[in-house]
Design a protein around this ligand. Sequence first.
Ligand code: ATP
Ligand code: MG
Length: 281
Amino acid sequence: MRCAQEDRDEIWYNTGVKKMRKLAVCGKGGSGKSTLVTLLARGMRHKGYAVLVVDSDESNSGLYRMLGFDAAPSSLIDLIGGKKAVKQKMASKFSAAESEASMTVLEQDEIRVAEIPPEYTFSRDGIALVSVGKILQSLEGCACPMGVLSREFLRKLRLRDNEIMIVDMEAGVEHFGRGVETSIDSVLIVVEPSFDSLELAQKMNSLAAGIGINNAWVILNKITSEELASRLEAELGKRNIAVSGCIHYDAEIYEACLEGRPVYDRGAAEDIGKVLDILLE
Ligand SMILES: Nc1ncnc2c1ncn2[C@@H]1O[C@H](COP(=O)(O)OP(=O)(O)OP(=O)(O)O)[C@@H](O)[C@H]1O
Ligand SMILES: [Mg+2]
């Protein structure tokens, strides 16, 4: 099995600081991952980067709407024959005693966004979107094929110089267990005001470190007062976690999500700007 460090497409600034290229946004369910992915994608695009958003959440399907697309692109899992075919491929590898952690299901060694057929990657305003795959039917079985494909796709994806990939992860920590982040260089952990979210941030921070990710940022979200921000910061401090940024509660974001409309950063622009400064520093 390749080691995580070898998998990373590392680019270093001449200052010795590792450049962020592949960012995974994770956190508790409902903490605001997809919202942050959308706002960061818009912000990075605004700064002149080409942005690829990867929807790696097997359950929720609304990211395309948040980003302003009329429909979701077809799933990458369908591009390689569908979930059933991938499962069969995995079964034959299991019988050859291959472990899931190192399993591959793609033929090619490298993937570039421009090579993905148009129905599997939609672009709008300089932001491209791909979706790994969704659970669509009851009793269709586990999401392992999507997990294996996500890990391999993220690893084999080659970005252009000015291109940044942002991955909307599934809620919780299962993806760390599957090693989906082994080729990711940066993780952004979204924390909303809840005890579970704080606990999960601590776990994610250590899981990210465990697979060699150097850049792990914790961002508070849905913050309604400076007092609340300080309280969460103190709680995270007790867990040896520093807070890198804060997005205030924004009624316009909430309304947009309620109505299934695109999410914009009008109210959160200043907060997002500060987060971007840190990520792209
Ligand atoms: N800064 C914010 N201000 C107001 N509401 C917010 C903010 N961030 C997120 N929300 C709201 O929180 C809810 C969950 O947001 P979002 O879908 O981005 O979370 P998620 O972590 O992606 O959820 P899931 O785990 O289900 O994928 C939505 O209703 C959204 O409008
Ligand atoms: Mg989401």
